[in-house]
Design a binder for this molecule. Sequence first.
Ligand SMILES: NC(=O)c1ccc[n+]([C@@H]2O[C@H](COP(=O)([O-])OP(=O)(O)OC[C@H]3O[C@@H](n4cnc5c(N)ncnc54)[C@H](OP(=O)(O)O)[C@@H]3O)[C@@H](O)[C@H]2O)c1
Length: 255
Amino acid sequence: MSASLTGTVALVTGASSGIGEASAAAFAAEGAAVALVARRRDRLDDLAARIGGAGGTALVIETDVTKENDAREAVRRTVSELGRLDILLNNAGVMLLGRIEGADTSQWRRMLDLNVTALMTLTHAALPHLLEAAAGEPRGVADIVNVSSVAGRVARVGSGAYNASKWAVNAFSDALRQEVTGRHVRVGLVEPGAVDTELASHNTDPEVVATMQRRFGAIERMSAGDIAEIVTFMVTRPRRVALNELLVRPTEQVD
Ligand SMILES: NC(=O)c1ccc[n+]([C@@H]2O[C@H](COP(=O)([O-])OP(=O)(O)OC[C@H]3O[C@@H](n4cnc5c(N)ncnc54)[C@H](OP(=O)(O)O)[C@@H]3O)[C@@H](O)[C@H]2O)c1
């Protein structure tokens, strides 16, 4: 990495598993103090112990980010206990797949509440602190990275509501980017294809499971660490470089 994160503070949502866990560890290895946000406290405590054992600083914040006041409180605690906020990684998400016809619409609400509304709320709460960090030492720049998906670029039968949630993330991100980039808050999107995490495990519908098996069963998926490396690359660019959007698929994933 060409730039260190020493002296910075990052808030990572969904830090209890997968991409969020790997990214929080990667930020800490680059010198950032990290606020670890998710619901499963035991997982966050384990990660915090690993980060602390390696000489880093981690703050565990057990929070359901779909509760607006709790999401705002996570940002407030990060700033009051770690001193500032330079990087927001909006990563927490669910992927509940299935056809639109006959869908259980409570799953749509669950997905939109987390993938879209919580991301927007956290961004809103974090923005004043990010603007302040961008205006001063040590980097003169701050970062929001929103974890979208190939599903934010390619719509498919059986993925309509998830597609809608990630399309929303992409639109919100680029509108925000235009609003704040002149003040050195970079807004970046990372759009992964298949990553080997717990994400798909929430799907039990046999048609969905069979489709996922057909599409991804035989391919070598990316690891959470692969995405963490990319996110870390994004937030460690020189102040003058903003990586706006990064679409990344496993080599064997065709579409
Ligand atoms: N894996 C893939 O193939 C893939 C591909 C493209 C995009 N993505 C995106 O990558 C992001 C991370 O997914 P992942 O693959 O790393 O999946 P994951 O291992 O299932 O991680 C999801 C994280 O979100 C957290 N979370 C869920 N509900 C939450 C809530 N209400 N409040 C706070 N945290 C919550 C979970 O923690 P708790 O359960 O402890 O709260 C967990 O840490 C998601 O936005 C996903 O859409 C993944």
